[in-house]
Design a protein around this ligand. Sequence first.
Ligand code: SF4
Ligand SMILES: [Fe+2]
Length: 292
Amino acid sequence: MANIKKSINENVAGDLFVDETCINCDACRRFSPPNFAVHPEFSYVNKQPSNEQEYLDCAMALLSCPVGAIGFGPKSKHKNILLQARDQFPLQIDGDVYINGFNHRKTFGADSYFVKDNEGNWLIDSPRFTRKLVNKIEAMGGLSYIFLSHQDDIGDSEKFAKYFGAKRIIQIYDSQKVSDAEIILDQKRTEINSAVIVHTPGHTKGSQCLIWKGKYLFTGDHFAFIRRLGHFASFRKACWYDWTTQIKSIELLQDFKNVEWVLPGHGSRGQVQKGEFPDIIKKAVEWMHSVA
Ligand code: SF4
Ligand SMILES: [Fe+2]
């Protein structure tokens, strides 16, 4: 729980604050971009919420902060919005695709997703195993598969797998911490129902992407919209395995011409105009070569 006595000096005065325990994971800035800003070492409130939607977005950011660094001050009259925010998750992004909130500290606050699929629902990476979220997922039909994009985003996947009897899917090179995963892949490409899983090494040796119904691309930490650059790319400073390999892995995605959503763990999610995905890949690859 956030401590007002440890409130960061940069917060603008008002209801909402970030405290010194912030780990600068960026989750709050993705949930409520107008209200949170980045300092090189932390996030802070740069604009207090001023309408119902902003209060709700900030409350969702608060619930998704992996270390509980965001709080409403003791005199706030808006704390009840937290109950409303809790009920939003999983929050629909588009069609049958949802974002879970409740980001996990063990994943450094990565976003995770839920996909409702008649052939078996998916969890994409792992949020915190919180009762409210688990009940909601159960009411939406439970889970059949848990896609683990890479070793950094395992979170509470074991708890979800046990509770729902779901199968965890990870690439062999990133499977050390989940050696009991139900499906360990060693193929370049695997199809399961409406999903295609592609091994995309680079960020880690075992990073993988999942393309659902040809339209939704889940990338883990492989590929995202990078706000600072204003386009999609990989994170040069967060490449733990090999940058040249990562560029080649980005090129593998150009086969999926109908992608309309890029849904990462870190970095911003983004919508792509129909038919523009190949150009987005081309631009990303050009930039990545320029910083190799
Ligand atoms: S979500 Fe929490 S830890 Fe992450 S940047 Fe925001 S305040 Fe900091
Ligand atoms: Fe990662």
